[in-house]
Design a protein around this ligand. Structure first.
Ligand code: M6R
Length: 612
């Protein structure tokens, strides 16, 4: 949610272009409004506007000379997405400006107190109270800007990443973090602050990740990190391994299409160096530390949100079938409030592309507090979930910028397959089964490439169907989560009503919706479920419904009953989701584009959901 950016430098001419560039890179985190504030000749100038960043760009004066500036791109929580609710927010004296990502839970109580003390508010946001709180501490306690920020932070209940500037401190920014992502990128003479690494990539690869309960004071040539109890923190710098190219569209019209075309590479990167083919084993360095603990677990809970949850659900089918461990998958948003009767032989595995999803992080912390082993499958290196778990596996899909998750899904499923091998071979899985799975896994990237080579045909099918207002997606067993993912993707970027169901459930209700205007997308590979799924297709056809079928190459029979068929190569049943999902991602993409939507930034959504 919300992207925040800060910059402090010796050079006064770079602040505005750098902040603008940073915000454009962060826009996928929220795009309800944006704003920039900068210290210019002893006062703060600020421009903010509802809508996309180009709205603020139109009214911005690029000639502002400033050493310190902040910027924000908003996903609205408290207060409508209007100009006055756009960040940065400021105090009564207009000397303290800040940007915020998170939610201040006790803002009403703080606001009431500040109103009684005469503060005047300009917005409906929770964020604005913090600017007034800092002002209040500075004035009434007679403390410095830094100390006033520290005292204000200590009074706040909630989640935040903040960047503060002060008109009387032209060469300084203060940043703070609690459960919302924040990193400091640096060179000798410039310091950058951003919600994620992709925003600082053109300027530096050297970063330091702030941790919860820490704040930092940044000048162009120095930064100091401390806890809210004033203990100095020494943190080693880390290096971002992503390249600039990875966060560019290159020749693709949208990030989403680029990322779908990166699905083969995402699987290759996930499995690279992790398979021992002759022994049918997966070698997962991130789990070495806990491999003996893993031998002892007798229950595994997978948790995640959205698309990551659906990848985890595929993982549940794999692990239950091959690892011999009872597995259940829970939405993180439910898990954190549910009683589970856990024992210490249960492990939790959190799956997240961003590693910052508030519900997943919340569930993880809750289970960790109970003393259970916690693991992660995470894409963003150094993210909160990666740091909070005891051990884990990075999926190495590279940055995913499109708000709709695509390549992360296939790479998460690839990691689930690795995990199945890893845990299965610790237990009862035979050498032959291990070899078969690992051998097939190595073939998946080329098989995905062959599906992508048929993108034009999928575009043609999208041309035929994009005006329909309702879709049913059906799949069974391993492809049940894929049906849910296909429906989720179509909803997200085309705003078409789409429902995903286990094909067997169709006759228990959804079939009532079927008519000539309600097409179905059915995943029917030639696997153990094929016969049953074909029956469902027949039932839809008998009621006048149109059917698009995803079937295994060579199945000519299906073309006789389906209205349209998309073929995928054959593989073993547990790995089909990595293939069957590819046409569904493409179909959703083309339909979204044909309906004229901004598929990279669909309405009401944000890439990383860092509020509950
Ligand atoms: O970063 P995460 O994987 O934790 O994100 C989880 C969901 O918010 C995410 O998958 C969301 O559902 C996407 N918009 C799906 O395309």
């Amino acid at each position: 949610m919300c992207g925040i950016f800060g910059y402090v430098s010796k050079n006064k001419t770079r602040a505005i272009p750098v902040i603008l560039d940073g915000l454009k890179r962060l826009e996928y985190r929220g795009y309800d409004s944006s704003g920039i504030a900068a210290v210019v000749s002893g006062r703060i100038l600020c421009k903010k506007k509802s809508g996309r960043i180009h709205e603020v760009e139109k009214i911005l004066n690029n000639t502002w000379d400033s050493q310190a500036a902040i910027g924000h791109t908003r996903w609205a929580t408290h207060g409508a997405p209007t100009d006055r609710n756009a960040h940065p927010h400021f105090d009564c004296s207009k000397k303290i400006y800040l940007v915020h990502n998170g939610i201040i839970e006790n803002f009403r109580e703080l606001k009431d107190r500040l109103l009684k003390r005469g503060h005047k508010f300009q917005s409906d946001t929770d964020t604005e109270v913090v600017a007034h709180l800092v002002e209040d501490f500075a004035k009434n306690e007679g403390v410095s800007f830094e100390e006033a920020v520290r005292l204000a932070l200590k009074s706040i209940v909630g989640t935040y990443a903040f960047v503060f500037i002060h008109a009387d401190h032209p060469g300084k920014i203060i940043v703070a973090r609690n459960s919302s992502p924040l990193l400091v990128g640096f060179t000798d003479n410039e310091k950058y602050v951003a919600s994620d690494a992709s925003a600082v990539l053109p300027y530096t690869r050297k970063v330091v990740y702030l941790q919860d309960g820490e704040f930092a004071i940044l000048t162009h040539n120095d930064f100091r990190i401390a806890t809210l109890d004033r203990k100095a923190v020494l943190r080693n710098e880390e290096r971002i391994e992503w390249s600039e190219d990875m966060v560019r569209k290159n020749n693709f019209p949208h990030f989403m299409l680029k990322e779908i075309f990166e699905e083969p590479e995402a699987v290759s990167n996930a499995i690279r160096g992790r398979l021992v083919l002759k022994d049918g084993l997966a070698k997962l360095g991130g789990l070495e530390l806990v491999q003996n603990d893993l031998r002892k677990i007798n229950r595994l809970i997978l948790t995640a949100c959205g698309t990551a949850y659906l990848a985890a659900l595929v993982g549940e089918y794999m692990l239950e079938e091959y690892s011999g461990i009872p597995v259940e998958t829970e939405y993180a948003s439910e898990l954190r409030y549910k009683k589970h009767n856990l024992d210490l032989k249960t492990a939790l595995l959190a799956v997240s592309q961003s590693g910052e999803t508030a519900d997943t992080l919340g569930a993880l912390k809750e289970i960790k507090r109970k003393g259970l082993l916690t693991l992660g499958v995470v894409n963003s290196i150094g993210s909160s979930i990666a740091r909070e778990t005891k051990a884990g596996v990075y999926n190495h899909a590279g940055p995913e910028i499109g708000v709709a998750s695509t390549k992360a899904f296939v790479s998460q499923v690839a990691v689930m397959a690795l995990l199945t091998l890893f845990l299965g071979r610790q237990r009862d899985m035979s050498l032959n089964t291990g070899r078969k799975i690992s051998d097939e896994l190595t073939k998946i990237p080329d098989k995905i490439k062959s599906i992508l080579a048929g993108a034009k045909q999928i575009k043609k099918i999208a041309d035929k169907y994009y005006k329909y207002e309702n879709f049913l997606y059906l799949g069974r067993k391993y492809n049940y989560p894929v049906a849910l993912e296909g429906a989720l993707k179509l909803k997200e970027i085309s705003y078409i009503h789409a429902e995903g169901y286990g094909a067997g459930e169709m006759k228990h209700g959804p079939i009532a919706m079927i008519d000539k205007d309600f097409p179905s997308v059915v995943i029917a590979p030639s696997d153990g479920m094929y016969g049953k799924v074909v029956n469902n297709i027949q039932e839809i056809k008998a009621r006048g419904g149109k059917v698009i079928v995803v079937a295994t190459k060579g199945n000519k029979e299906i073309a006789k009953i389906a209205d349209d068929v998309i073929y995928i190569p054959e593989t073993i049943e547990m790995l089909t989701p990595m293939l069957s999902v590819v046409p569904l991602h493409l179909f959703a993409y083309y339909v979204g584009v044909l309906r004229g939507n901004d598929v990279d930034k669909p309405r009401n959504l944000a890439k990383s959901v860092t509020v509950e």
